[in-house]
Ligand binder design. Structure first.
Ligand code: ZN
Length: 500
């Protein structure tokens, strides 16, 4: 280890330890903590958050980092860690401390205001707060960019480096041209797929039993992780030997828990696959788009395929014999892939999902090139839903107020969901070309697939960029054509569109 890096180590260790404690507390808050614990625990988390920030952003670390930038003896991993830290500094240093503090206070209140606005179905309650958030965001990005650059690119970069407006304009243009008409065609085609079975009553204990089994079947290692329940499903990777996922069980919705369990298992497989040398370091995590590529690969591409369900559907059928005995595998596969134009992003099917993202992308782009203001949002939102999905929200709660992201200042976040789906499709075609994927799925052999993903994606954390991972693995850079091809092939088959 380089002498200078050795000096940095205690600071990194402290930062990691506080981060671990914070992760465990937030996990506990979402799962088992009693309702009345929130206020006191929040106090603890506030203090730890300050410590977390100061543990790395301080003059001592800054001096060490300066010396490290001239140090030629660093290993590649040490270099990656220093680069990450340097990026943090560059981001923080240009923002005046007072402004940042005011912004943090605003964000800590805004979630509550957004939540009330959504409950009361009134955008005007949230609008003044959102306006301030956007003003800060515009200001902060201006500090960070060189003249003439579009600020939205900077925001996108925070979530997925390299996926600039150029890349995304091209991506969403393709979606608009190819997928919007496909959705219209399917929706117009008197959508006969019957999935009433999904809304029958399903015993929650039995659902839990199945999810637990399913997670392990897909590849979740219960020696290194747990599956619990929370309002919204999520994954918390404490480190590669402690990965926690949640799901949510609904009495009258069988699919919901099944697919959120597979989705989070996909995230967990990523976290469990991080190399021992990088876990608990600043590079021991994944970018947003890359992470979503794995959860969506398992949830949609594998988890909604016939080959995946063929060996295991009878198990589900037996468990819920009364509800599913007359539902054939074929019917079930059609049911879990049914396309519906809907208003709520998180409930969208696989085909329409990215159109929800496209709408948000177009709106954010307009906001950050000052083409629209906060007051215009509800109307533009509704217009775009009508234009692309053919339906119009009746109120703001099912329209512009539905997502939490903007209340946290997370502009530029949404595209990473669609990028994830597109990368997943590219990986799918690549994997199909190098191994007998269908055969493996029919045999219930997901291990071979996971080992390959571990070796080519998971173990690297962010020591490689998303595009480096894709190029090294598939031989070509990010290419959204695979995603379009995948969606067209899959849904034309399900809806028998080629036969017409
Ligand atoms: Zn996810």
């Amino acid at each position: 280890m380089s002498e200078n890096f050795e000096k940095l180590k205690p600071y990194l260790d402290k930062n990691m330890a506080i981060n671990t404690a914070l992760s465990l507390l937030s996990w506990d808050n979402e799962t088992l903590a009693p309702k009345e614990s929130i206020d006191n625990t929040s106090k603890v988390m506030g203090i730890l958050s300050d410590e977390y920030f100061q543990s790395l952003i301080n003059d001592d670390v800054k001096n060490i980092l300066n010396k490290l930038s001239r140090d030629k003896s660093l290993t590649p991993l040490e270099k990656s860690i220093c680069n990450e830290l340097k990026k943090e500094y560059q981001k923080m240093e240009v923002i005046p401390k007072q402004e940042y503090r005011a912004y943090s206070e605003l964000i800590s209140k805004s979630h509550h205001i957004w939540s009330r606005a959504k409950k009361e179905n009134n955008f005007e309650i949230f609008a003044p707060c959102l306006k301030q958030i956007i003003e800060y965001k515009r200001k902060f990005t201006q500090y960070r960019i060189k003249n003439g650059k579009n600020p939205y690119n900077k925001l996108l970069e925070d979530f997925e480096e390299g996926f600039t407006m150029n890349v995304l304009d091209n991506f969403f243009e393709k979606l608009k041209n190819e997928i919007v008409p496909l959705v219209k065609k399917i929706v117009d085609k008197n959508n006969k797929i019957d999935k009433k079975y999904n809304r029958l009553k399903y015993n929650v204990e039995k659902q839990k039993e199945f999810s637990q089994w399913l997670a392990e079947y897909v590849g979740f290692n219960f020696d290194k992780g747990v599956l619990a329940e929370s309002e919204h499903a999520f994954t918390n990777g404490i480190h590669n030997h402690d990965v926690r996922i949640t799901t949510h069980y609904y009495k009258k919705n069988l699919e919901s828990a099944i697919f959120s369990t597979i989705h989070e298992t996909g995230h967990a497989i990523y976290e469990m696959g991080m190399d021992d040398s990088i876990t608990q370091t600043l590079v021991g995590h994944a970018t947003y788009g890359m992470h979503e590529s794995q959860s969506r690969f398992f949830e949609n591409i594998i988890g909604r395929s016939e080959e995946f369900w063929k060996p295991i559907y009878s198990r589900l059928q037996k468990l819920f014999n009364k509800q599913l005995k007359d539902i054939s595998l074929e019917q079930f596969i059609k049911g879990i892939n049914k396309v519906e134009a809907s208003l709520i992003r998180t409930e969208a099917d696989e085909l329409t999902y990215s159109l929800h993202i496209m709408i948000r992308y177009e709106i954010e782009k307009m906001l950050f090139s000052n083409k629209i203001e906060v007051e215009d949002l509800p109307q533009i939102w509704n217009q775009k839903y009508e234009q692309y999905l053919g339906i119009k929200p009746q109120n703001d709660a099912e329209g512009v107020l539905q997502d939490i992201h903007w209340s946290s200042g997370d502009f530029g976040y949404f595209p990473s969901y669609a990028i994830g789906s597109a990368i997943a499709a590219q990986i799918f075609y690549h994997i199909k070309s190098i191994m007998p994927l269908d055969k493996y799925l029919l045999e219930g052999n997901l291990k071979s697939i996971i080992e390959y993903l571990n070796e080519h994606i998971h173990k690297y954390g962010i020591t490689k960029t998303t595009n480096e991972i894709i190029v090294d693995m598939t031989g070509e850079p990010f290419n959204p054509d695979y995603y379009i091809k995948y969606l067209k092939e899959k849904f034309s088959k399900i809806y028998e569109l080629d036969n017409e």
